[in-house]
Write a protein that binds this ligand. Structure first.
Ligand SMILES: [Zn+2]
Length: 321
């Protein structure tokens, strides 16, 4: 009898240890994983070692040639992840919101690269996204995808990615950003300081007191970015008070639900993806958002062929539907 009790005790100790360990492993939905693990440990381990699913959603044609190339940009980034870290990430690209949005349910991260504001594709899916975010799914937003209306999406994006572009507060000038030093973070692994011209939005509306936000790219915008007349995205009295102060053009956040957010305000010019450091930073950011351990030297970002840069460029001028 005593022997049986100690065996039972041992069994429950192992079970509790196993469930506790699995619940802390990244990218899992604790309750389901625990149930699966206790029923079939080997299949669960296989699942945990499988590459993380990353779903890119590319917005429609926009702007002139070589600008806001959402589909080509997503294609390029997704194919680089699949090629360079196939054991860690499996990425797919959808042009427009997936018709069957249940494909997002088992994603480790979702990447949005699309025009924002009132036409932001996520606005029709805030409730679904909220469910996914609560499960710990990562969210990465590139360029215009960081802009949502203040009262529709603003509060959600502030929670999900730590901050967003708010009209009459944030601005969208083109300028040469000099990133002279980078913080130590998984997202900056292997990235060297770089200088590049882009439409670097800045003066974002961050979580209150920037709590929970880790800046990744910080630079001081030149005074020339503050010369336009006031407007929703051009200039305003609040940003003018910030003249000469450092601004954050890329940042990450870790939510209480264990989900991760990554935001990058560059990405206006397609040719910038050809810059190794620019591209590596975003590849790292997406991998980190999917709770992948970013390689020691970052996701490899060897020079791209012209042909690789050209895949899936939109037909311009854009045809309005
Ligand atoms: Zn732009």
């Amino acid at each position: 009898m005593k022997n049986r009790t100690s065996k039972l005790l041992l069994f429950f100790t192992v079970l509790i240890t196993l469930t506790a360990t699995l619940s802390w492993l990244p990218g899992t939905t604790p309750s389901n994983k625990i149930a699966n693990a206790t029923m079939n440990p080997s299949s669960n381990v296989k699942e945990l070692l499988a590459p993380k699913k990353v779903v890119f959603i590319a917005g429609a044609c926009s702007h002139g040639p070589g600008q806001h190339e959402h589909n080509a940009g997503c294609t390029l980034l997704a194919s680089q992840l699949n090629k360079q870290i196939p054991n860690l990430v499996q990425a797919t690209v959808f042009q427009g919101w997936p018709p069957d949005s249940t494909v997002l349910n088992d994603a480790a991260a979702i990447v949005l690269y699309m025009d924002g504001a009132e036409g932001h594709l996520a606005l029709q899916h805030l409730r679904h996204l909220e469910t996914l975010m609560k499960k710990g799914v990562g969210l990465a937003c590139i360029h215009y995808a960081v802009e949502v209306p203040k009262d529709n999406g603003g509060p959600e994006f502030k929670r999900w990615i730590g901050g967003y572009f708010e009209t009459f507060w944030s601005i969208n000038p083109h300028w040469l950003a000099e990133y002279k030093s980078l913080p130590t973070h998984a997202v900056t692994r292997g990235v060297k300081p770089f200088t590049i011209n882009d439409e670097w939005y800045y003066h974002m509306r961050f979580q209150d007191n920037v709590t929970g936000v880790t800046p990744i790219l910080t630079a001081i915008p030149p005074a020339s970015t503050l010369t336009k007349k006031d407007g929703p995205r051009d200039n305003n009295e609040f940003v003018r008070k910030e003249e000469g102060r450092p601004q954050h053009m890329c940042w990450v956040t870790e939510r209480p639900d264990k989900g991760r957010g990554f935001a990058f305000t560059g990405g206006h010019f397609h040719k910038n993806w050809g810059d190794e450091n620019f591209r590596k930073l975003v590849l790292n950011g997406i991998a980190w958002t999917a709770r992948v351990e970013v390689p020691k030297n970052g996701v490899p970002a060897p020079p791209l062929l012209d042909a690789e840069m050209m895949v899936n460029l939109d037909q311009k001028p854009c045809v309005k539907n």
